[in-house]
Design a binder for this molecule. Structure first.
Ligand code: ZN
Ligand code: ZN
Length: 389
């Protein structure tokens, strides 16, 4: 079959690879209908996540049709349309039974690598380096889905592929930021990043009863989507003084909940951005935490900060004093999607959550390298490049 493979730093190629097959009786094989780029894939592409190997298939957000089922699979049949959680979780270990699905003890067969990096291993993720299991990704004609009764969800009739696709990763990740960030009715919430995840965090916050939600970004086409589709307010950090304006909007206090949906390649016009970029390029630190710092500074005393952006290792100039002295709650996670996806699909069916506007460019898989270029450089108003294998 055809697959879009990472072949080196900033190098992608469509290659011919072996078809996946059932290896475990809990597997299904899915024919991929749509698969999308995610901002966190850019960290892999750029070599910021060090455990990629030439030939790895990228992609962790996808929808498809079941073509084969293992003998222990009970929830899925050949022909079903399913969306698959980007994180791989067994559903049975201590973490899974406590709804901390992305921390599954059985989803990552390469646990030794993250144990060295982070002390303990999270679960696995499709197409997301050998630190997260070395699983083949979804930018391919077919994909093997392990623990299919846990991780694959039947899409309700009437929900389009272009909408349900984002129930795989962007929507549950964003929802989790609003939910575990502790959004309460009446809150003011600020979200850094107007990509798919940031937009879904904003929508989640509104549906959880936030009174005001402000999304911060610099790309006008994404901010326009936030205003027109998501129903939140926006701030362009290139033309706004973010900290001052957030304070002004909140009677001098600052937002109750700050959600960071940017990750390790953040941009900023502040001085700390140049500092981070130089250190990152010299490999003296792995990540650029510009947006995390700003979220910590912006949050009201006693408020909370949720980090949804993907980070790999260590950062410098982390404002620990602000976290402590302002009494902030700081939380983070890879998405615990299994606890949200059925609810999100229902809300999609009721038009409470719409996502198809994110798929600004739908291309054949053969144009994968060009699609990633557009997505990375944000050319032609690209919010997400989506591939149709
Ligand atoms: Zn993602
Ligand atoms: Zn588990």
């Amino acid at each position: 079959m055809k697959a879009l493979c990472w072949t080196g730093v900033n190098k992608l190629e469509v290659e011919s690879v072996d078809d996946p097959g059932i290896l475990n009786d809990q597997d299904i094989i899915v024919r991929v209908l749509l698969t999308t780029t995610c901002g966190s894939d850019l960290h892999l592409l750029g070599g910021y996540v060090p455990t990629m190997r030439a030939g790895d298939v990228l992609g962790h957000e996808f929808i498809g049709e079941v073509v084969e089922t293992g003998s222990a699979v009970t929830k899925h049949r050949v022909g079903d349309r399913v969306v698959v959680c980007s994180f791989i979780s067994c559903g049975k270990c201590w973490y899974c039974t406590n709804e901390l699905y992305s921390l599954c003890d059985n989803g990552n067969p390469d646990a030794g690598i993250p144990e060295m990096l982070w002390g303990q291993a999270p679960g696995g993720c499709y197409g997301y380096s050998h630190a997260l299991g070395g699983w083949a990704g979804s930018h391919a004609e077919y994909i093997r889905v392990p623990y299919a009764d846990q991780g694959a969800f039947t899409v309700p009739e009437g929900v389009s592929n272009e909408r349900a696709l984002f129930a795989s990763d962007a929507a549950p990740t964003g929802w989790m930021g609003a939910d575990l960030g502790g959004v309460q009715p009446g809150d003011t919430v600020a979200v850094w990043g107007a990509g798919g995840v940031g937009q879904m965090a904003a929508r989640g916050a509104l549906l959880l009863g936030a009174e005001r939600v402000i999304v911060i970004d610099r790309y006008q086409e994404r901010l326009t989507q936030v205003e027109q589709v998501i129903g939140a307010e926006t701030m362009n950090y290139e033309t706004s003084e973010v900290l001052g304006e957030l304070r002004e909007l909140t009677g001098g206090r600052g937002p109750d909940v700050c959600i960071e949906a940017v990750g390790m390649e953040a941009h900023s016009d502040r001085i700390d951005f140049a500092y981070d970029q130089i250190k990152q390029q010299l490999r003296l630190q792995t990540d650029r935490p510009t947006a995390v710092r700003e979220a910590i500074f912006a949050a009201r005393k006693g408020g909370s900060v949720f980090v949804l952006g993907v980070f790999g290792g260590f950062v410098d100039k982390f404002p620990l004093g602000a976290v402590m002295n302002k009494g902030l709650t700081l939380r983070s996670a890879q998405q615990h999607g299994h606890r949200y996806i059925p609810m999100l699909l229902e809300r999609m069916a009721r038009d409470e959550i719409v996502t198809e506007h994110l798929a600004t460019h739908i291309l054949p898989l053969d144009e994968g390298p060009e699609g990633y270029d557009m997505f990375k450089e944000k050319t032609d108003g690209c919010v997400r490049a989506v591939f149709q294998p």
